[in-house]
Design a protein around this ligand. Structure first.
Ligand code: ADP
Ligand code: GLC
Length: 484
């Protein structure tokens, strides 16, 4: 019998539905936990793509009278990696054209409070004595604001198990008008500073941070940063008060999904002992992105959501200067309309030197990690960040702002770190275009020193970013919460 049973509630899970890193984590961490004996099951909403990819599902529960919510059902399934899945089926809330959080015009769904209120509520029911399932978790692990009401519902539910909330991004908080408290049938008393109230509104995230038994976040450095005003997004006071119950655990990466030796998306597979394929991928990427075929001009890759968080405005600002170094730029991303336009305009102004693809493409994201010489990620803040770890595994040294998980996962290249073989990329402090430019220049300098560049790539590829260590750390948190 498994020693520990955990319900993992999330609003996205790869490969079924993904807008960002939360999906990667939800797709991989549960499998890593299962590998060390934790019986984890993933609860996710039944959006169109989830329902479409769910083979042989069974209805395992119905919720016909949850106060305030439309009727819903629970379907059981499995992820490709054999992790058991519970899909929350409520067509009126989840089955629509558009993304998990926004419509096709990029506006938040007007009923997001109800949509993620239901997800949180059902997670809490499954973690209480009212659960209709035979499988009872010992603990509920929620993720980000979309499931952050779960600890609040659990707090007021009979026979409730403890909860852990993982912060993947403090910038998104699920803020709704005070009347939502009543709409979601939360007890009126919880609308207080010691509860779900946050500057005159209901905050889903605050509910989680306040009521969960333990808080985790996705890197040790970010766990410190969010207790400060600069990156605390107004929650620093609460987080500081709860710092004895706050643990930073660096994300891992799915090393099967992201393996240059087997990656089916690549033009040619390669490994640290046979790097020949990397040049083939570079040429393929240059051709796919409409760039000049130049084997010796360093190619910078970007795969990102286009938001203020990611700091790409700095990169776009210096892009014309970069083409003179020379370097080439291959960018994949979507989001902010102005940023998309600026990137597109640059690709027209510098044909053959700057290639831009607006959209979301799993395939191209792998091809950029493999085909680029360096990966650029100048995030203003970054709870963990996965791309800088993917790029290291693909022998593509990252250039990053030393913040959050970027600082925890990239070792700056210096004479000392080259000597002791720990160098794995380039980091800068001080979020300015000048600093980014100087760091790219530094990386380009090293690129032209073939033996040092090869040594740097080897260091990158030798690093262990697998989930195993992180999974152990989560299990330790679970056991602590349960007092075992
Ligand atoms: P965040 O979750 O803040 O966006 P992460 O680095 O943790 O940042 O994770 C982002 C994930 O989303 C990575 O797997 C990345 O490859 C992927 N991603 C982001 N934008 C795109 C895109 N336009 N196309 C394909 N994958 C993308
Ligand atoms: C968030 C963060 C990112 C992190 C990811 C997975 O989207 O922005 O830094 O890697 O969640 O934890």
């Amino acid at each position: 019998m498994a020693e520990l049973k955990v319900l993992f509630a999330t609003s996205e899970v790869a490969p079924l539905i993904k807008t960002g890193g939360l999906a990667d984590v939800s797709g991989a961490l549960p499998a890593a936990l299962r590998a060390i004996g934790v019986d984890v099951r993933v609860l996710v909403p039944g959006y169109n793509p989830v329902i479409a990819q769910l083979a042989h599902h069974q209805v395992v529960a119905s919720f016909d009278d949850l106060p305030g919510f439309p009727p819903a059902r629970l379907l059981s399934g499995t992820l490709a990696n054999a992790v058991p899945l519970l899909v929350l089926d409520c067509p009126s809330l989840y089955q629509r054209e558009g993304g998990p959080y926004q419509n096709t015009q990029g506006h938040d769904w007007a009923d997001n409070a109800l949509r993620f209120g239901l997800l949180s509520k059902v997670a809490a029911v499954l973690g209480s004595s009212a659960s209709p399932l035979a499988w009872h978790p010992d603990l509920v692990h929620c993720n980000d604001w979309q499931t952050a009401l779960t600890p609040a519902y659990l707090h007021f539910a009979p026979g409730a198990v403890p909860s852990v909330i993982a912060i993947h991004n403090l910038a998104f908080q699920g803020i709704f008008p005070p009347a939502t408290v009543q709409q979601l049938h939360l007890p009126p008393s919880c609308y207080s500073i010691d509860g779900v109230e946050f500057y005159g509104s209901l905050s889903f995230l605050k509910a989680g941070l306040f009521y969960a038994d333990h808080i985790t976040t996705v890197s040790p450095n970010y766990a410190k940063e969010i207790q400060q005003e600069e990156l605390g997004f107004g929650m620093q006071g609460l987080l500081t008060t709860r710092s004895d119950h706050l643990t930073g655990i660096l994300n891992g990466i799915d090393t099967d999904e992201w393996d240059p030796a087997t990656d089916p998306y690549l033009a040619r597979q390669y490994s640290s002992v046979n790097m020949n394929g990397k040049a083939v991928n570079k040429e393929f990427l240059q051709s796919r992105m409409g760039l000049n075929i130049e084997p010796d001009v360093p190619l910078l890759g970007v795969v990102s959501r286009f938001t203020d968080q990611k700091g790409l405005d700095l990169l776009l600002e210096i892009a014309p200067l970069l083409t003179e170094l020379p370097v080439q730029l291959a960018m994949l991303g979507s989001g902010d309309a102005q940023m998309q336009k600026t990137a597109r305009d640059l690709s027209h102004l510098y044909p053959g030197k700057i290639g831009v693809m607006i959209g979301f493409s799993e395939e191209l994201s792998h091809q950029i990690e493999a085909g680029a010489d360096m990966f650029v990620m100048p995030s203003r803040f970054e709870p963990c960040g996965l791309n800088q770890m993917y790029s290291q595994r693909y022998g593509t040294p990252p250039i990053v702002h030393a913040t959050g998980g970027l600082a925890d996962s990239v070792a700056d290249c210096t004479a000392a770190t080259l000597k002791d073989a720990t160098a794995s990329g380039f980091t800068f402090n001080g979020m300015t275009a000048e600093n980014l430019y100087a760091t790219i220049q530094r990386a380009v300098g090293l690129y032209h020193n073939t033996s040092q560049w090869e040594a740097l790539r080897k260091n990158c590829m030798a690093k262990d970013f697998s989930w195993q260590n992180s999974a152990e750390a989560y299990r330790t948190v679970y056991l602590k919460v349960l007092g075992r």
